[in-house]
Design a protein. Structure first.
Length: 121
């Protein structure tokens, strides 16, 4: 199980790092490790200690819970009381800002046509 958890944490670390446009070197310097160590974290080769996870969550501006979301054995007591899923809005905003103006218009048009999407969900 720990190998799967390490790989999951690594994927979440890479996703957040790339969504912020950061390099492995930038993250490494922020938490005082080498970029090779960040590579090992992202591949799941090395586990991330709780202290490092706290540093990463602080630097990447996400709650520690972020790293465990979507992990098969993770359930949050808040999730039991809430039917909404936590969305990485900064990632969505970054993707949206990279779109061409025509693509943005089309996306907004499609979303506008589906205002009642909550009823379908």
């Amino acid at each position: 199980m720990s190998a799967q958890l390490n790989q999951h944490l690594g994927k979440k670390l890479r996703l957040r790092r790339t969504s912020l446009g950061l390099t492995q070197t930038q993250v490494a310097k922020a938490i005082n490790v080498t970029f090779q160590q960040i590579q090992k974290y992202e591949k799941g080769t090395n586990g991330v200690s709780s202290a490092r996870l706290l540093q990463l969550s602080s630097f990447l501006k996400v709650p520690i819970k972020y790293f465990f979301e979507d992990y098969q054995d993770f359930t949050s007591s808040n999730e039991e009381n809430s039917s909404s899923k936590d969305v990485n809005y900064s990632f969505l905003l970054r993707i949206f800002s990279d779109l061409e103006p025509q693509q943005k218009e089309k996306l907004l048009e499609v979303l506008g046509e589906h205002k009642n999407i909550k009823k379908a969900i």
